[in-house]
Design a protein around this ligand. Sequence first.
Ligand SMILES: Cc1cc2nc3c(=O)[nH]c(=O)nc-3n(C[C@H](O)[C@H](O)[C@H](O)COP(=O)(O)O)c2cc1C
Length: 317
Amino acid sequence: MQSNFWEKLKKPIIVSAPMSGVTDDAFRRMFLKYGRPDVFWTEFVSAEGLFSNGRDSCLKVLRFSPEEHPIVAQVFGSNPSDFKKAAKEIENLGFDGIDINMGCPDRAIENKGAGAALIKDIELAKQIIRATKEETKIPVSVKTRLGYNENEINQWIVPLLQENIAALTIHLRTRNQMYRGSAEWGTIEKIVKLRDLYSPKTIIIGNGDVKSLEQAYQLAKENGIDGIMVGRASVGNPWFCSNKTPSIPERLTAIIEHAELFNEPERFNAMKKHFHAYAKGFNGAKELRDKLMETKNNSEVKELINEFLSRLNNDKK
Ligand SMILES: Cc1cc2nc3c(=O)[nH]c(=O)nc-3n(C[C@H](O)[C@H](O)[C@H](O)COP(=O)(O)O)c2cc1C
C-alpha cells in the first residue's frame, strides 16, 4: 500500500456518510464552508456503470474539488473484474481511498448481487476486496452492516478483517432492520476485539443514529473506536462538525447558498430534500417549507427567503 491517509488522521476521526442523492459536491462544499469532517465520502457509483453507457453520470458523481481531500469514493457492484477497472479509475481521478459498499439494502442494488447481497456471499465479497486491492495503491475500505437477517459478526466481519482492509465502517443494524429500531452500539466493542485479533491496523468506524458531534466523541471514547460516520443528522446541517447552532437567518441564508452551489436547473427538485432539512425548528418553518416545496428555481427560493427574513426583522423591531 502506498500512502495510507487513514494512518495520518488524528482520532477520533469524524467522517461524513455516503448518501446517494444527498452528499454531492454542492453538499460537500457547504461543509467546507461551515466545518468539514475529517474525511469526505462520495455518493456510491456502480463499478460496472463506470465503464458502460452510464459512465458520464458516474463521473459526475465522482466530481470533487481539491479542498475536499481526503475524500473516499464509494463503489458498488458484484463483479471482481469491474472493481479492478474501477479501482484504477478512482486512483487516477485523485481519490485518497476507495470504499466498497457491502451494506445497501436497496432491492435494485441487491438484485444485481451488490450491496447487502454480498453478506450472503462471503467468498465473492473476499474476491472483490482482493481484486480491488490488487489494482490500486490507495487504501481499500468496506462499509457494511452487522449481518443479513441477524447479527452475524463472527461469520461476516471476521473474513472481511482477514483481508486486511484499511478501514471498516459498520452501520450497526442488520440488512433486515433497514433503518428500523436503534443502531446497536452495544456490539461495536466486540467488533473492536475482533479487529485487535484479526487485523490490528484496520480502522474501525461506527455508524448509526449519531445526532451530534458531542455524541460522536462520546461514543468513540466509550467504545475505543477510531472513528464515527455521520449521515442523516448532517443533512441540512453543514454546521455539524463545527458544533455550532446556527441562527435562523444563518439557516435560511444557507438554503440560498446551497441551492446556488447545486445550480442544476433541470434537476431543481433534487434540492427540495435539502430545503426540507434546513427549514425546520423555528416559528413559521412549516409554512416556509411548504412554500419552498413549490418553488421552481433559485430566484424563487431567494425571493421567498428574503421575504421571510425581512418579516423576521420587522417582527424584531
Ligand atoms: C438518503 C440516503 C442515501 C444513502 N446512500 C448510501 C450510499 O450511497 N452508500 C452507503 O454505503 N450508504 C448509504 N446510506 C446509508 C448511510 O451512509 C448510513 O449508513 C445510514 O444512514 C446510517 O447512518 P445515520 O444514522 O448517521 O444516517 C444512505 C442513507 C440515506 C438516508
